[in-house]
Design a protein around this ligand. Structure first.
Ligand SMILES: NC(=O)c1ccc[n+]([C@@H]2O[C@H](COP(=O)([O-])OP(=O)(O)OC[C@H]3O[C@@H](n4cnc5c(N)ncnc54)[C@H](OP(=O)(O)O)[C@@H]3O)[C@@H](O)[C@H]2O)c1
Length: 225
């Protein structure tokens, strides 16, 4: 049976790169994000194994429907990549509550909802959860209180998930990149920033490791000071 993946944030940037790579590697891929038209265009590009499923990851019922739809179509879930995310940056005193709430809801709660809904299927497949934390999940940064808190949270969630699931052969890794050239940061690809292809190479490396190997997080820093 064809292996299957669910990728959130699949309409852009890192999630799109991961979805493309998994489709190329033979996975059926459920593509999740809010922009339905974008997902349909990407699915058309990727061919018959891609399934667009418009989803707001902050909505528990929508995330459960996403997982149900993927399982109905593919019969299994082997890889889950949680890449949906937003970045609000402002000094704490100027950070409004709406920006705080959205950052925590999309980045952290969205990852929790996806992990919770997919865990039974990952136990069955002895599958793999990949989350997107960040270098910002390993340090504090001026202006980053909401983003830093959300990304530290993603690393903590990923490690707790692993402790609960690893006896069933389920693995989990938080990938923690520095600056990656994507629409989120508005930087074009260059020698000064990490490329989506570097994150994709990390995902492929993780999935190629033998089941005895666990990597709880991978930090991809730039060589620049
Ligand atoms: N770029 C970097 O420098 C960098 C570094 C470290 C970590 N990261 C993390 O990597 C992940 C991907 O970021 P990126 O750089 O690829 O950003 P991006 O290009 O802006 O993509 C963000 C994705 O998240 C989706 N999204 C946002 N809110 C959503 C919601 N409520 N429900 C469902 N999907 C939602 C967006 O799709 P829709 O708008 O269609 O919903 C989009 O597909 C994020 O978690 C980010 O924090 C990025």
């Amino acid at each position: 049976m064809q292996r299957a993946a669910i990728v959130t944030g699949a309409s852009s940037g890192i999630g799109l790169g991961i979805a493309r790579a998994l489709a190329e590697d033979g996975y059926g891929v459920a593509l999740a994000a809010r922009r339905a038209r974008m997902l349909e265009e990407i699915a058309a590009e990727l061919g018959g194994s891609a399934l667009p499923v418009p989803t707001d990851v902050t909505d528990a019922r929508a995330v459960e429907a996403l997982v149900r739809t993927a399982v109905e179509r593919f019969g299994r879930v082997d890889v889950v990549a949680a890449s949906a995310g937003v970045g609000h940056w402002a000094p704490l005193e100027q950070l409004d509550e709406a920006a705080w709430d959205e950052t925590i809801d999309v980045n952290l709660k969205g990852t929790y909802l996806l992990a919770r809904a997919t865990l039974p299927h990952l136990r069955e497949s002895r599958g793999y959860l990949i989350t997107l934390s960040s270098v910002s999940g390993t340090i504090g940064q001026a202006g980053g209180s909401a983003y830093n808190a959300s990304k530290w949270g993603v690393r903590g969630l990923t490690q707790s998930f692993l402790k609960e699931a690893r006896d069933d052969g389920v693995r989990a890794t938080a990938i923690c990149p520095g600056l990656v050239a994507t629409p989120m940061v508005g930087r074009p690809e260059s020698d000064d920033v990490i490329a989506v292809s570097d994150v994709v190479a990390t995902v492929r490396w993780l999935l190629a490791l033998r089941p005895i190997v666990q990597v709880k997080d991978v930090v991809l820093e730039r060589t620049l000071a």
